[in-house]
Ligand binder design. Structure first.
Ligand SMILES: Nc1ncnc2c1ncn2[C@@H]1O[C@H](COP(=O)(O)OP(=O)(O)OP(=O)(O)O)[C@@H](O)[C@H]1O
Ligand SMILES: [Mg+2]
Length: 319
């Protein structure tokens, strides 16, 4: 079983509004509502890829009920910890002519210490039946910045493989606790090492540096693939995976689809390069659909066979 942790999930509502102007009353011409948040997007993509997954996290209030019933409709298994405060509501206003999007995202509900403890206990229990767990997205108010680090420790004791995809302080603290893999995008990786990258060699050079901080493996996603450190016969090798850039219909959630593809590959027992290829393919395929975490599994398999993999050096040569 795969677990995904969505601590700050959301109701994502998109409304189509022509000619948005501040201070005026508008009529929307169309609207959609989906359950969102990175952990939920990863769960959705995993479910579409046919992998067994349970989405966990906090839900509260009427928005929380909507998230749960939406996920039930999508046949995604859930095991959420109830909270008193209301699950957040994110609004995106889309201009139909250009697709330009204006977003208003709430910070999220206040989590009390008792609620945090209840979640930790529940995750510890669920971890007993899981082989992989994805920790993804921002932390809601009330949780300490080292909350992911704490979850990594609990999951490791249960011998669960942990994938961490976050940014800022929670990512920096979480990676020191030694997750199995971190998956920052380029900008997030730049923040973690404290400098900007100019070339692919410089991006590859950051992988051993990230690994020194704690995670067993690091993958940096790029708009056309990723760079990762993998085990080779003579130690760690750096691998670049590339895919032809597709014209994106929707950009949101490509990173979440990448994580889902990589994790689905791990769960199926694919070799390390196969897992990267499936991740990159799912990231690419997801750009062809509106709605985060939507992936066509057959197209993803086809694209995975087109992903090019090349070794770009050994970790030892770049330290
Ligand atoms: N236009 C595209 N064409 C092909 N592949 C793409 C495209 N956009 C993204 N991808 C793939 O999706 C994966 C993740 O992309 P990216 O690094 O942009 O994620 P991200 O910035 O973390 O996104 P998110 O907003 O979901 O967190 C990459 O491995 C990349 O191969
Ligand atoms: Mg991302």
């Amino acid at each position: 079983m795969i677990l995904t942790v969505a601590l700050n999930l959301a109701i994502d509502r998109s409304v189509m509004v022509p000619n948005l102007a501040l201070g005026r009353r508008h009529r929307s011409v169309d609207s959609t509502m989906v359950a969102g948040g990175k952990g939920v997007n990863v769960a959705r993509a995993l479910s579409r890829l046919g992998s067994p997954v349970i989405a966990t996290g906090f839900v509260g209030g009427l928005n929380g009920e909507q998230v749960v019933s939406q996920l039930e409709r999508e046949r995604i298994m859930t095991d959420f910890t109830p909270i008193t405060d209301e699950t957040r509501f994110n609004l995106a206003i889309v201009e139909p002519a250009t697709g330009e999007q204006t977003e208003v995202n709430e910070r999220g509900p206040m989590i009390t210490p008792d609620e945090a403890e209840a979640f930790v206990e529940r995750l510890d229990y669920l971890a007993g039946g899981a082989s992989i767990c994805v920790l993804a997205g921002s932390l809601p108010p009330g949780l300490d910045e080292d909350f992911y680090a704490r979850l990594v420790g609990i999951l490791k004791r249960r011998e669960v493989e942990v994938v961490l995809d976050a940014d800022g302080g929670p990512m920096a603290e979480g990676m020191r606790a030694g997750p199995s893999v971190i998956t920052p995008n380029r900008v997030e990786a730049e923040e973690l090492v404290g400098r900007e990258f100019e070339t692919v060699d410089e991006i590859a050079g950051a992988i051993p540096e990230l690994v020194t901080a704690g995670p067993a493996r690091a993958i940096i996603t790029l708009p056309d693939g990723c760079v990762a450190g993998l085990d080779g016969p003579d130690g760690e090798v750096l691998v670049r995976a590339s895919i032809e850039s597709l014209e994106a219909r929707s950009r949101g959630g490509a990173g979440d689809a990448f994580v889902a593809g990589y994790v689905a590959g791990r769960h199926r027992g694919l070799d390390p390069k196969g897992c990267l290829a499936l991740g990159v393919a799912c990231g690419a395929e997801s750009t062809q659909h509106f709605g985060a975490g939507i992936v066509d599994p057959h197209e993803a398999e086809r694209l995975a066979s087109e992903v090019e993999l090349e070794e770009v050096g050994s970790a030892a040569s770049t330290i």
